[in-house]
Design a binder for this molecule. Structure first.
Ligand code: ADP
Length: 307
């Protein structure tokens, strides 16, 4: 295969009670990536649309992830990776992860799938680490594998695809603010109180059980964050007002997507998600900061070929 064109979905990570261990892939929002074989042995990054990203392959997460995979496979062929960047970098819905995961998934397809999606994960994480300075998989894993995923363990890496009710959908507001992932992580420190840990793992178990059994009430009760949200929500203007608007309009839960500034509402159905999204947007508008509103189902496949 000399060329491939793929859709690389945006992802929502953490999902309130699953800091660094939960993530899901969206259906409607994502980048496009085209990978072509070239005659030399170089790896090059091109950008066809969207906000500026680094084009140096050592600075771009797609380049670093691709290099990691090609070195692992001992392949010295040249490839040009062209990115149509539709997920705004720094939005908190996995812009960098879409590129890191897309590069390794696309190359793996072109090379006749020598590795499984699970085996591609560490290469995508190597790329993702360039953007966030952290070794985390809660965006690259759902992007590569699709659906709702749990990272049960980082060492050794153990990623589980979860069952979830197919009617779930999300409304996401991306306020146009800059929150640096590294700074947002630093806010959390490295210790939590035992009572918060107990509440958090109770909710994480409850959420996974509710997803598996299709119990929307249990899903809703479990979407609480005792660890990151109390420390991070002050970075997002009108966070409490948006949360109240979402819950009053019928959302199952509301929280910060990744390290923000995007916020998400998990909803029962796409039409309710659109309605709830309008309510959240209405409560954010007085702030006067421009924002995007996205509404989407969860996509079971993640990255896919654009026919
Ligand atoms: P997000 O959660 O939206 O991915 P991050 O802060 O984790 O936000 O990543 C964005 C940072 O990664 C920006 O500094 C951006 O320049 C850098 N970056 C490098 N390569 C890419 C890429 N291919 N796509 C998006 N961002 C990239």
């Amino acid at each position: 295969m000399d060329m491939i064109r793929i859709f690389c979905p945006a992802t929502v990570s953490n999902l309130s009670c699953g800091f660094d261990v939960l993530g899901l892939a969206l259906e409607e929002v994502g980048d496009e990536m085209t990978i072509r074989r070239t005659s030399g042995s170089e790896l090059s990054i091109l950008q066809s649309e969207g906000p500026e990203i680094p084009l140096d392959p050592d600075q771009n997460v797609a380049g670093v992830a691709a290099r990691s995979l090609l070195d692992h496979l001992g392949i010295q062929d040249g490839f040009a990776i062209e990115i149509a960047k539709r997920i705004k970098p720094g939005s908190g819905i996995g812009s960098s992860a879409a590129s890191a995961a897309g590069a390794v998934w696309g190359l793996n397809q072109m090379l006749g799938t020598p590795l499984s999606n699970q085996e591609l994960l560490t290469h995508a994480m190597t790329g993702e680490a360039v953007a966030s300075n952290a070794w985390h998989a809660d965006n690259v894993a759902p992007c590569l594998l699709g659906g709702f995923v749990l990272i049960r363990s980082y060492d050794p890496l153990d990623v589980i695809q979860l069952s979830f009710p197919k009617d779930l959908a999300l409304a996401i507001i991306h306020p146009h603010l800059e929150i640096k992932t590294a700074e947002s992580r630093a806010r959390l420190g490295d210790k939590i109180l035992l009572k918060n840990a107990v509440a958090q793992w109770g909710n994480l178990g409850g959420l996974i059980s509710g997803l598996a059994s299709g119990d929307h009430g249990l899903i809703s009760r479990s979407l609480e964050d005792h660890v990151a949200e109390p420390l991070r929500k002050h970075q997002i203007p009108r966070f409490d007002a948006m949360k109240s608007a979402a819950i009053e309009a019928g959302a199952l839960g509301f929280g910060i997507s990744g390290s923000g500034p995007s916020v998400y509402a998990l909803c029962k159905g796409l039409d309710p998600a659109k309605e709830i999204g309008r309510h959240i947007a209405h409560s954010f508008e007085p702030q006067g900061i421009p924002f995007d509103l996205y509404c989407s189902r969860i996509h079971p496949e993640g990255i896919r070929i654009i026919p």
